[in-house]
Design a protein around this ligand. Structure first.
Ligand SMILES: NC(=O)c1ccc[n+]([C@@H]2O[C@H](COP(=O)([O-])OP(=O)(O)OC[C@H]3O[C@@H](n4cnc5c(N)ncnc54)[C@H](O)[C@@H]3O)[C@@H](O)[C@H]2O)c1
Length: 279
């Protein structure tokens, strides 16, 4: 049976996922619904699809009360941390699986507990793709023995522009001309200050020792083109470092292109019944 998918957010990630389904790059998968609060984004993606989804929405309540939504098995959130926090519990209560891209949502402990409780009483899954990094499998395996985990993210001014951190601290990012550390703190505060830039620290936190103990260092480098993430883990029986150098998405410089490919691969893993490699 095909997995029937609803996508929330028709931006850089949602668009590429929809196009992958449309061009049959994922077997056993059917795009049923697109939802975006920005009608222009919605329309633009809808126009580019050869196989049109049954419905499109720009209002969440209309989406979840629609007939087409009843048949959806999997909702993919690719919108924002705020959107994930607003919609996720409702979707889980309606017995749908969810893939979450804005996983920074889990940095709020109350929200995290609500979702864990809902999952404990349901047969549904929440899927969190590896995103712009690798190594979540190793972090998960050694989590009970970790002494220290940090993630150093280096991005250009363009990739970091618009983060609340700059207005909160009266900093004009365009005036930063030399490479410098602009944030050094835990993952909870990193996600608060950079909700669209450092979602990946949530994956590291969830796989490892939690948001409070995961250190995040954000570096702005005016000369860099790619987004870089370096994860360093020290654990009882060893240590490891993983450095990933990613081109930003042409549609959204905040998002690494690898995050898009990772979401598509995660969807493939859900829809296609075959070898599960490295999971
Ligand atoms: N997990 C990861 O590794 C990773 C990597 C990159 C981006 N992200 C996160 O994934 C999300 C999507 O990224 P993107 O690059 O596609 O962003 P984008 O800005 O290109 O697209 C987001 C889309 O969602 C829509 N949207 C925003 N709020 C909405 C709401 N409340 N309801 C419905 N639609 C809404 C916007 O109109 C926009 O079209 C962001 O939160 C981003 O931070 C995660």
């Amino acid at each position: 049976m095909d997995t029937k998918v609803a996508i929330i957010g028709c931006g850089a990630i949602g668009r590429e996922i929809a196009l992958s389904i449309d061009t049959k790059k994922i077997s056993n998968c059917n795009l049923s619904i697109l939802f975006d609060t920005d009608s222009m984004k919605l329309e633009s993606l809808h126009n580019d699809l050869q196989y049109k989804p049954s419905s499109t929405f720009n209002d969440f309540n209309e989406l979840i009360t629609s007939n087409d939504y009843r048949n959806v098995n999997l909702v993919i959130e690719a919108a924002s941390v705020k959107a994930a926090r607003t919609y996720m519990a409702t979707i889980l209560k309606q017995r749908k699986d969810i893939m979450i891209m804005s996983m920074g949502a889990f940095s709020d402990p109350t929200f995290y507990e609500i979702i864990i409780q809902l999952l404990a009483n349901s047969d549904n899954n929440v899927f969190l793709p590896s995103g712009a990094i690798g190594g979540a499998d190793i972090i998960r395996s050694v989590k009970d023995y970790i002494d220290e985990v940090s993630i150093v993210t280096t991005k250009s001014n363009k990739s970091l522009k618009g983060a609340p951190y700059f207005s909160n601290n009266g900093i004009d990012i365009d005036t930063i001309k030399e490479k410098q550390v602009i944030f050094n703190g835990n993952a909870i505060n990193a996600i608060k200050e950079f909700p669209s830039n450092i979602n990946i620290s949530a994956l590291v936190s969830l796989a490892g020792i939690g948001f409070e103990k995961t250190r995040v260092i954000i570096v702005v480098d005016p000369k860099i083109i790619n987004n870089q993430h370096e994860i360093q883990v020290k654990w009882k029986f060893g240590s490891f470092q993983i450095k990933v150098d990613n081109m930003p998405s042409p549609d959204n410089p905040k998002t690494s292109y690898l995050a898009i490919l990772s979401a598509i691969e995660c969807l493939r893993g859900i829809c296609e019944k075959n070898l599960k490699i490295g999971s």
